[in-house]
Design a protein around this ligand. Structure first.
Ligand code: KG4
Ligand code: ZN
Length: 337
């Protein structure tokens, strides 16, 4: 197959990510600008501020990326940008930037599915999984178990019926005054919490099926805080009980997904898969059923340009292209691919 140097552009939410992926040489470099500080004072992502900041960062990040990799933009063979799902304004910035850059350079462009990119992120690592695999996708907007038979052949095994796991982390962290984004803060805070003091439910584990529900855990955390003296050790114990419940629940469902499909490889991706307790649990679960686990390095669990460049390269090498009349897809199911 012909070698390709692909620029990847991620702007679906609050991170501007750019990367260069070469189909022969692998990942050449990547750059990320996180908008956390902009949104922190509002306790969550403000879509309009996100769009404006992507606009500010995209060109300087590209200049930096090209300089750090010693590449010239005229060497690019294609441009990949996130087409969805995500915030419409934020997606439009990356799509307009990527599509017009490709047009100016006279090279093809491709609009990438953000969740497919998360799902393929483990392929960026030296130890990469072989197909077929079961993917646990746990991000701020999605919690899904997907059977990946081939690239582009995705069977949704189960998903969250209400809040995504990351959303539950963020909302519970807010209850505990841990700021935004809540996932990493809650993980650190829970580390010294008493694991015995509170027992939270493991939602939807006592019946069959692979769907999830996490909104009740956040309510459980709020009720527990109300009923107990709200001091530091109580708050840490609540954080710990919440974390243990999410990790247990995800572990139980992953085990069931491996058993139901007979697949021997599990991958985890998306922001929540950066969580160390979850990664440890998934390794235990997989070992129990004779399967192996692959996760991207932590910085490629959360949003990044490298996964977009990689997913774009895969799609481009299969001959896919997006036309000049591009559009973004704020809602876009993996199964439509
Ligand atoms: O994949 P991602 O970066 O963006 C989306 O596509 O949504 O995921 C962000 C989510 C946030 O909800 C964040 O709190 C959560 O991932 N997250 C974590 C951790 N790091 C990020 N949750 C738990 N533990 C972490 N270490
Ligand atoms: Zn994401």
């Amino acid at each position: 197959m012909q070698n390709m140097l692909v620029l990847g552009i991620e702007t679906s939410c609050d991170e501007t990510g750019l990367a260069l992926y070469d189909s022969d040489r692998g990942l050449l470099g990547h750059r990320l600008y996180s908008q956390v500080e902009i949104h922190a004072e509002f306790g969550g992502v403000v879509p309009e501020l996100a769009s404006r900041d992507h606009l500010r960062r995209a060109v300087p990040l590209l200049t930096e990326l090209l300089a750090s990799t010693g590449c010239n933009r005229r060497e690019l063979d294609a441009v990949a940008y996130t087409r969805g799902p995500g915030l419409v304004g934020a997606l439009l910035v990356g799509a307009a930037f990527g599509r017009s850059l490709a047009w100016a350079l006279g090279v093809p462009a491709i609009g990438v599915h953000h969740m497919e990119a998360h799902l393929l992120a483990p392929m960026l690592e030296a130890q990469s999984p072989e197909l077929p695999f079961v993917a646990l996708l746990v991000s701020g907007g999605h919690t899904q178990l997907v059977e990946v038979r081939r690239i582009g052949d995705y069977v949704l095994l189960g998903e969250s019926l209400d809040d995504a796991a990351g959303e539950a982390f963020d909302k519970t962290a807010k209850l505990l005054d841990l700021g935004y984004p809540g996932g990493p803060a809650l993980e650190a805070y829970a580390a010294s919490g008493d694991p015995q003091r509170f027992q939270f439910p493991r939602p939807m584990t006592n019946r069959g099926g692979l769907d999830f529900s996490f909104s009740g855990l956040k309510t459980h955390a709020a009720t527990t805080l109300r009923k107990n003296h709200n001091d530091e050790s109580t708050r840490r114990a609540v954080a710990r009980a919440f974390l243990d419940a999410v990790v247990d629940t995800l572990g139980i469902k992953c085990r069931r997904a491996l058993e139901a499909t007979g697949v021997k490889t599990l991958i985890a991706a998306g922001g929540v898969s950066a969580n160390q307790a979850l990664r440890k649990r998934l390794h235990e679960v997989a070992a129990n059923v004779g399967a192996r686990v692959y996760c991207p390095r932590s910085e490629f669990c959360t949003d990044n340009g490298a996964m977009i460049a990689y997913a774009g390269a895969v799609r481009l090498q299969a001959g896919e292209r997006s036309g000049l009349g591009f559009g973004v897809k704020p809602r876009w199911s993996l199964e439509e691919l």
